[in-house]
Design a protein around this ligand. Structure first.
Ligand code: AMP
Ligand code: MG
Length: 324
C-alpha cells in the first residue's frame, strides 16, 4: 500500500512531467499533469492510444469543478453533489486550463473526483488536475491491481502507486452533462437506476450496437483469447464442444450453474452479486489469458444495475478485433 512518502514522490513525478499509475475505485489510471501537453502526449504514446481519444481529468473535489469547465448546468451540479467522490464522469464544456491534447481536440472535457484515499491524497498533494485513462495498452483489459499495471506497462510508467485491488472494478459511468437533460455515454460504476433516482426522470443509455463516445471502439477491454457470448443455458455445451474441437477453453460459469462439472481448460464461477462480478471481471479475463486459454465462453448478466456495465464490457471484449 502507498505510504505518505510514495504519494509525495508521485506528486513530484507529476510536477516533473512524468507518468504515475494511480489506484482509483474503478480501475488503475495512467496519470499525467492535465495542464502539461507534453506529459499528456506521453500517455497516448505509452498506451498506443490514438490522440483523438479524449481522457478523463481527475480532480480533488467538486469545489474545484469550475477551475476546469465552464457553463455548468444545474443538473450537472446536482449529479456532482450526489455522486462525487465516486465512479461518475461528467462531460462538460472545456475550461481554458484543459489543453486540447487531453480532450482529443474536443471543446468538451470529461471530469471526475475518484473515491479512493490514495488518489485523493495524490490530487491534494499535487494540487492540480490529473488526466488519466486506464493504465493498460489501448484496447486491452483495464488493470484492477498494481501488479496488472506493472506486468502490462513495466518501465513505461515512471511511478506506480499501489492502492490495493480496485473496489468497483469497472470504469466510471460517463454522462453527457452539457445540456439540461443528461444522457449516459458509457455505463459504469454508478448505475442508471441511481442516476434516475437523483434526477427524478428516465435517462437515455446508448444502444450497444452504436459507437457514441469518441474513443469507444467495438473491440475494447479485450483479452488475447477470443470471447464468445452465448445464452446462459448454452455456456456448458458450447464450451465442451469447442474444447473437443481442440480449443483451450476458459468458461465464465453463470451463478445458477455453480459447481456444475465442465470439460474445459479453465472454469471460473461468476459471482452471484453484480458488485462482486464487476470487481472480478477484468481479473477473470486476465487470468484466463494467463492460463493459456484461446477461447472464452461467457454469457451476459441481466442488464440492470451494475449488470449494464458488465454486459457492455463483455460485448466489447467479444467485439470484432482490428485486422492489423
Ligand atoms: P478510459 O479512461 O480509457 O476509459 O477512457 C476515457 C473515456 O472517457 C473514453 O471512453 C472517452 O471516450 C471518454 N471521454 C473523455 N472525454 C470525453 C468527452 N469530452 N466527450 C465524450 N467522452 C469522453
Ligand atoms: Mg480504457
Amino acid at each position: 500500500m502507498a505510504r505518505t512518502s510514495d504519494i509525495e514522490k508521485a506528486a513530484e513525478v507529476l510536477r516533473a512531467g512524468g507518468l504515475v499509475a494511480l489506484p482509483t475505485e474503478t480501475v488503475y489510471g495512467l496519470g499525467a499533469d492535465a495542464e502539461d501537453p507534453a506529459a499528456v502526449a506521453r500517455i497516448f504514446q505509452v498506451k498506443g492510444r490514438p490522440p483523438s481519444h479524449p481522457l478523463i481529468v481527475h480532480i480533488g473535489g467538486a469545489e474545484h469543478l469550475d477551475d476546469w469547465v465552464q457553463d455548468v448546468p444545474a443538473t450537472a451540479r446536482l449529479l456532482a453533489e450526489h455522486f462525487w467522490p465516486g465512479p461518475l464522469t461528467l462531460v462538460l464544456r472545456r475550461g481554458h486550463r484543459v489543453p486540447l491534447e487531453a480532450t482529443g481536440g474536443l471543446e468538451t472535457v470529461a471530469v471526475r473526483v475518484p473515491d479512493h484515499p490514495v488518489a485523493l491524497a495524490l490530487l491534494s498533494s499535487f494540487g492540480g488536475g490529473v488526466t488519466a485513462p486506464s493504465a493498460n495498452r489501448f484496447g486491452s483489459v483495464s488493470p484492477t491491481t498494481a501488479d496488472h499495471v506493472r506486468t502490462e506497462l513495466g518501465d513505461a510508467v515512471d511511478f506506480v502507486l499501489d492502492g490495493g485491488p480496485c473496489e468497483v472494478g469497472v470504469e466510471s459511468t460517463i454522462v453527457d452533462a452539457t445540456g439540461k437533460i443528461p444522457s449516459i455515454l458509457r455505463p459504469g460504476g454508478v448505475t442508471r437506476e441511481d442516476l434516475e433516482a437523483v434526477l427524478g426522470y428516465p435517462i437515455a443509455v446508448p444502444s450497444t450496437s452504436r459507437v457514441r463516445v469518441p474513443g469507444q471502439h467495438p473491440s475494447h477491454y479485450a483479452p488475447r483469447a477470443r470471447v464468445v457470448l452465448v445464452e446462459p443455458e448454452k455456456v456448458v455445451a458450447e464450451a465442451e464442444l469447442a474444447q473437443e474441437l481442440g480449443h483451450q477453453v476458459g468458461v465464465f460459469l453463470p451463478p445458477f450453474l455453480a459447481d456444475a462439472p465442465v470439460k474445459a481448460h479453465a472454469v471460473l464461477a461468476v459471482p452471484a452479486s453484480t458488485a462482486a462480478y464487476a470487481r472480478e471481471l477484468y481479473g477473470f479475463l486476465r487470468e484466463l489469458d494467463e492460463r493459456g486459454c484461446d477461447l472464452i465462453v461467457a454469457s451476459l448478466p441481466a442488464e440492470e444495475g451494475l449488470g449494464l456495465a458488465i454486459a457492455n464490457r463483455l460485448r466489447r471484449a467479444a467485439g470484432p478485433r482490428p485486422t492489423v
